[in-house]
Write a protein that binds this ligand. Structure first.
Ligand SMILES: *Cc1c(COP(=O)(O)O)cnc(C)c1O
Length: 381
């Protein structure tokens, strides 16, 4: 067999325009917290049709800022799914709050509004939906539920930048929406994140939070001819640099094209894998446009790790997104949630496998992955 190049699970796209945008910023007066931050924030806000965007140093910082702005503190419960990256729940812990895990539905593995409803208590302070694999959750149902209890609804949309629910883009489906710009996500700033909202007070609060809880940044002080500033909250240094924002701004121009490419790759996967009885695909719910972040398949639990190893041995970057948050030792030691807490997620966790998916992939790469899977099932009883 000829030696084939390793096919990663996800990979960024960076072109000459991106490089030029970063170099231009390097040669400017500002390396951090200059005009490129606002330019990126305003372009993303305009792209999504929201009034406010706050750039921060990572998706995790964005989740933390969202929890801070919603006033989460000790004794407060935040409902979220366990089938997510640990950062979704960690952000609640950073604020001293308690993550409460609600189950996902079995077809798309998205937060189940019925399970959320069953977890609401007088201590519940917020709901965080996760658009797993890039598909938006059932936001109308979640919003109705949240509104009924007077709760804010936040969206961890780290997978779904570029997706939509009917004609409404991700970013306008919840009170606060969080994005990550890690290299495997829809667009990248290397590390980076953003929170978008239509709530001016929440946005101002998060702008202070990313800058030590200080009420004016150094450019505002310069413009106002003053050295004075006041620290009013215990914030952090969660700023995103001008260099990174220049990259993000340049990347944003290509977002729609990349989502289209991801979609075509997913369609080809669905064509080729649809005929395999051993492979189950996630359902794309009617009226929802996925940002196609992950190509997740489900196989018999006892075969999943074998298939993972088979693909890895063939140079194919299979992965698992995710082990459940409450199974991580840190969470298991503190919360000790019994088997059956979220039965759908617990079963899915054993069956899921993410196949390579990124805009630079060729259709021949998709065919290579699918023939690797077919070979596995032909040779495995
Ligand atoms: C990537 C990701 C995060 C964290 O983003 P970082 O930018 O890596 O901090 C949080 N939640 C989900 C669902 C993610 O995929």
């Amino acid at each position: 067999m000829p030696h084939e190049e390793y096919l990663p699970n996800g990979r960024q796209q960076v072109d000459e325009g991106d490089i030029a945008a970063v170099v231009e910023t390097l040669q400017s007066d500002w390396l951090t917290t200059g005009p490129a931050v606002e330019r990126f924030e305003q372009c993303l806000a305009a792209h999504l049709g929201v009034t406010r965007a706050v750039a921060v140093s990572s998706g995790t910082a964005a989740l933390h800022a969202a929890m801070f702005a919603l006033g989460i503190g000790p004794g407060d419960e935040v409902i979220l799914p366990p089938l997510t990256f640990a950062a979704t729940a960690n952000a609640v812990l950073y604020q001293g709050g308690t993550p409460v895990f609600a189950d996902v539905e079995n077809e798309g593995l998205l937060l189940d509004p019925v399970s959320v409803g069953a977890r609401i208590t007088p201590r519940t302070k917020a709901i965080v939906a996760v658009d797993y694999a890039g598909q938006p959750c059932d936001y109308p149902a979640l919003r109705e539920l949240a509104a009924g209890y007077g709760l804010p609804l936040a969206s961890d949309a780290c997978h779904s930048l570029g997706g939509a629910f009917q004609d409404t883009p991700v970013g306008r489906l919840a009170d606060l929406t969080v994005f990550s710009f890690h290299p495997v996500k829809s667009l990248t700033t290397a590390e980076g994140g953003m929170v978008v909202t239509n709530d001016a007070a929440l946005a101002e609060c998060m702008k202070r939070f990313r800058n030590h809880g200080i009420d004016r940044d150094h450019r505002q002080r310069q413009a106002q001819g003053t050295w004075e500033y006041r620290m009013t909250d215990l914030g952090y240094n969660y700023r995103l640099s001008d260099l990174q924002c220049a990259l993000g701004w340049s990347q944003l121009k290509k977002l729609s094209g990349w989502i289209g490419k991801r979609r075509r790759i997913v369609e080809r996967y669905r064509e080729l894998l649809g005929e395999l009885p051993q492979v189950r695909l996630l359902k794309e719910h009617d009226g929802r446009t996925s940002a196609c972040h992950l190509m997740v398949i489900r196989v018999e639990a006892h075969l999943r790790d074998e298939l993972f190893n088979h693909l890895r041995a063939a140079g194919i970057g299979a992965n698992v997104h995710y082990g459940l948050v409450y199974r991580h030792p840190y969470y298991a030691e503190r919360f000790d949630l019994p088997e059956g807490t979220c039965p759908v997620a617990e079963q899915a966790e054993k069956e899921i496998l993410s196949l390579p998916l990124f805009p630079g992939m060729e259709m021949t790469d998709v065919e290579r992955v699918c023939s690797g899977i077919k070979t596995f099932f032909r040779t495995t009883p």
